[in-house]
Design a protein around this ligand. Structure first.
Ligand code: VG1
Ligand code: CO
Length: 543
């Protein structure tokens, strides 16, 4: 075994997006591509001496190879100890949990999350810092700067390590410990939720279907929901992680999890349905005949937080990403706690949680979580709902209906235009940005514009400023139209259009969502020229 210095040249485009670097697998397979990015991480964090690092991923195609490369590079950079999930597996929330529990310096997480996997799919890598959360922008920018200037990387020539058996071995002077990917995480969940009450719920005949979408959360869900909470075998479906996610799109929304939605809307539906994404950090909550929007789920969790033992003392504050509906703001107001609005991406929540300003965080993109870790957490949200259902013994639809009756309903929808021409998308955003000053004060199809701006975030903890985080047009009545470009896609550009309308009157809480938002959608198209500029006459996905 010896440490090699290998000559390399920079690759263009290694700037991390909303959540790490995501590219086609074929791009990652180029010699030196992954190595360069990992080298840039080590250069940014100042090497590995005396440090513990966590490594794992969502099990998608190329995960195993990438883990072996990272282990050999960690050894070359003198990392003292690496904790790697058995089989190279660690869900994103579990990785965050392991980093915190074992006081690691950080972690390298391998996932392209909700993006499809397989040889023709996507792969991704990101660095998490010692609080267990995604590296903030100043670190991802430093990593990017290093990728642009690299001339070599260092790697051990040790043979591949057996990562399928628990135990400890060595590469060079680095201790590599293969750990159970589920144990630490499952123990943490047991401390946050009333497992006894949930066990009693299942024992009483409560039925559930959890669709793991052949992604990483299968083993976690089976251990916790079936083994620990006593749900019958078969409650977790598509529970075996596969390298290509069984050909499915591991993005839990009513479009991609159509089978689960059909089941929940059909005769003999189980009491509760849920799904999670590729790396296990997203969740979808479904009741009989109702899919709960993620924004509503965050608000409902906040309003009922004290029912779960881990939050019995109350919550400090809530944070939501800007495009997420303002349903949680109303709960925060009622509770007399603060509500923060951050840019899209979990990395912006870390400072707020570290400073103990917020307990709960959420995004409209099926992401919810709390200060128990520093990533969003799919199974955590599902367990919270199980705790809520066990404590109230009410059906999901009733819980949601009562919440709307108390706080009003925020009709909400996201329209995605995927893989559109990047120049056309940029052109649309630029033109819209230029129009913002003249939009304020105007009345558009009966909606009076109160404010129109390009969202800028001033982090209250470290004072950092993030600009151009999405264009928002806020109406007098609280309705909103938001436009932003995705930072996770790998083909062309994806335009996300977010629509929200607030309805306080319970007599008007059973409208069809798209109908309720139709006028705002028309205004959005009118002011942006979206359809004309992109040549699309309808969104690719509506959630
Ligand atoms: C999307 C979501 C965002 C989420 C991000 C990572 O980003 O909109 O809310 O934090 O994915 O989620 P974008 O830039 O494509 O809109 V995950 O579960 O893919 O890591
Ligand atoms: Co994810």
């Amino acid at each position: 075994m010896s440490i090699q210095t290998v000559a390399t040249r920079p690759f263009a485009g290694q700037r991390p997006g909303t959540s790490g670097l995501r590219k086609k697998v074929t791009e990652f397979q180029q010699p030196g591509y992954l190595e360069n990015f990992v080298e840039a991480i080590f250069l940014t964090i100042g090497g590995g001496a005396g440090r513990t690092l966590v490594v794992g991923g969502d099990g998608r195609y190329f995960n195993r190879e990438a883990v072996q490369t990272i282990l050999r590079m960690a050894a070359a950079h003198g990392v003292e100890r690496v904790l790697v999930g058995r089989g190279g597996i660690l869900s994103t929330p579990a990785a965050s949990c392991v980093i915190r529990k074992h006081a690691a310096h950080g972690g390298i997480l391998l996932s392209a999350s909700h993006n499809p996997g397989g040889p023709d799919g996507d792969f991704g890598i990101k660095y998490n810092i010692e609080n267990g959360g995604p590296a903030p922008e100043k670190i991802t920018e430093a990593i990017f700067a290093h990728t642009q200037a690299l001339t070599s990387y260092r790697i051990s020539d040790a043979p591949a390590l057996d990562i399928d058996v628990l135990g400890t071995s060595r590469i060079e002077n680095t201790v590599v410990e293969v750990i159970d990917p589920v144990a630490d995480y499952a123990a943490l969940m047991g401390r946050l939720f009333d497992f006894e009450a949930i066990r009693a719920l299942f024992a009483g005949g409560f039925t559930m279907r959890f669709d793991a979408m052949h992604a990483v959360s299968g083993p976690y869900a089976k251990t916790i929901i079936e083994d620990m909470l006593g749900a019958p075998a078969g409650t977790v479906i598509n529970g075996e992680p596969r390298e290509d996610f069984g050909g499915h799109h591991p993005d839990p929304n009513p479009v991609n999890a159509a089978e689960l939605i059909a089941l929940m809307n059909g005769p003999g539906a189980p009491d509760f349905g849920a799904a999670s994404d590729g790396d296990g950090d997203r969740n979808m909550i479904v009741g009989r005949g109702i899919a709960v929007t993620p924004s509503d789920s965050l608000a409902i969790i906040a309003a009922n937080a004290t029912l779960a033992p881990g939050y019995a003392g109350g919550i400090k504050g809530i944070a939501r990403s800007m495009p997420t509906s303002t349903a949680a703001d109303r709960v925060a107001e009622a509770l007399g706690i603060s509500c923060f609005e951050t840019p899209t991406g979990w990395k912006y929540f870390g400072n707020l949680m570290d400073a103990n300003l917020v307990t709960l965080c959420g995004e409209e993109s099926y992401g919810t979580g709390s200060h128990h870790i520093r990533e969003k957490d799919g199974l955590w949200a599902v367990l919270f709902w199980l705790n809520l259902l066990a404590a109230t013994r009410k059906p999901v639809a009733q819980i949601v209906g009562e919440h709307w009756a108390r706080f009003g309903r925020n009709y909400y929808s996201r329209h995605d235009y995927e893989a559109v021409d990047a120049a056309a998308a940029d052109g649309m955003m630029t033109a819209l940005r230029e129009r913002l000053p003249e939009l304020a004060g105007r009345t558009l199809d009966g909606h009076q514009v109160a404010e129109a701006d390009d969202f800028e975030y001033n982090d209250p903890v470290d004072g950092s400023v993030s600009t151009r985080q999405g264009i928002r047009i806020i109406m007098r009545d609280g309705s909103r139209i938001v436009f932003r470009l995705s930072g996770t896609g790998t083909e062309g550009a994806t335009i996300r259009l977010y629509l929200e309308r607030y309805e306080p009157d319970p007599a008007r809480h059973d409208l069809d969502t798209q109908e309720a938002l139709a006028s705002l959608a028309a205004v959005a198209d009118d002011i942006s020229g979206l359809r004309e500029r992109t040549g699309r006459d309808r969104p690719t996905v509506v959630t």
